[in-house]
Ligand binder design. Structure first.
Ligand SMILES: NC(=O)c1ccc[n+]([C@@H]2O[C@H](COP(=O)([O-])OP(=O)(O)OC[C@H]3O[C@@H](n4cnc5c(N)ncnc54)[C@H](O)[C@@H]3O)[C@@H](O)[C@H]2O)c1
Length: 229
């Protein structure tokens, strides 16, 4: 089952939960992890708009698992500890919409074209790799829980007032012409306090960005239409 196959099951669940959030805790910072995140975040936004409670700073799609995977796979190639590696992953949370910016890895490093292909493919298809390894017995669970905790913890540190809490998340954004996009954001007392631009992309990443935007556009529209229909 792909993340998109999950749409019909999860779209209704996310709509119902979002209606409850709008009613019971309209000021909550909401982390949406249910897939397909590229559509479920727009679904939640539409529900909140209808209810008059939409605050774009407080609705975040969780793409942390892509960053965790990217840090792990890049660290393997570089022979480093994943905790010392930071790979910005932008776009969205499915297939080609997952766009690792390997030219912006910290610590600064470079990769051969073969390594870039290998890493991009492995990061984009990490979810499928897990599904295949489990041979039909499920999808990522422990890594997803790890990513969820890591992201929720970052949101809580922001709420507490810690400075410079920066993570990637799928949010309402003006970084591209699309209404939602994942990129680095700074988390603070009011939720998303700053959305960072993508920074300089190389030719490989620019081509990936175009592919990502095309798919993202239809996934976002699918979510919006689900609530507006
Ligand atoms: N964003 C990510 O990085 C990421 C990674 C992995 C999985 N996921 C997504 O997370 C979600 C959960 O995955 P899982 O493996 O834990 O699934 P799961 O089937 O193990 O657990 C789903 C839980 O949701 C509960 N549930 C079902 N309908 C509900 C409803 N209407 N209201 C409230 N709760 C309801 C079920 O009882 C169950 O406990 C899925 O949408 C999956 O695609 C996201």
């Amino acid at each position: 089952m792909t993340r998109d196959d999950l749409f019909n099951i999860n779209a209704g669940i996310v709509r119902t939960l979002s209606e409850a959030i709008a009613k019971c805790c309209p000021n909550a910072i909401v982390n949406v992890i249910s897939n397909p995140v590229n559509s479920t975040v727009p679904i939640a936004a539409e529900v909140f708009k209808k209810a008059g409670t939409f605050d774009p700073k407080k609705l975040l799609g969780v793409t942390m698992l892509d960053v965790v995977r990217a840090n792990t796979f890049v660290a393997e190639v570089l022979g480093l500890d994943p905790r010392d590696v930071n790979v910005p992953v932008v776009g969205g949370h499915a297939g080609v919409t997952i766009l690792p910016l390997l030219s912006q890895v910290k610590p600064p490093c470079s990769f051969t074209p073969k390594e870039v292909d290998y890493l991009t493919d492995r990061i984009q298809n990490g979810g499928t790799e897990v599904v295949e390894a489990k041979a039909g017995a499920g999808s990522a669970t422990l890594s997803m829980a790890y990513a969820a905790v890591k992201f929720a913890d970052a949101c809580l540190r922001g709420l507490r007032g810690d400075a410079s809490v920066v993570e990637c998340a799928f949010v309402a954004s003006q970084v591209t012409e699309l209404p939602f996009f994942a990129s680095k954001v700074r988390l603070g007392r009011t939720g998303v306090e700053e959305i960072y631009p993508l920074g300089p992309l190389n030719e490989y990443e620019r081509a990936g960005l175009e592919r990502a935007k095309k798919e993202l556009e239809s996934s976002i529209q699918k979510g919006v239409s689900f609530v507006r229909k």
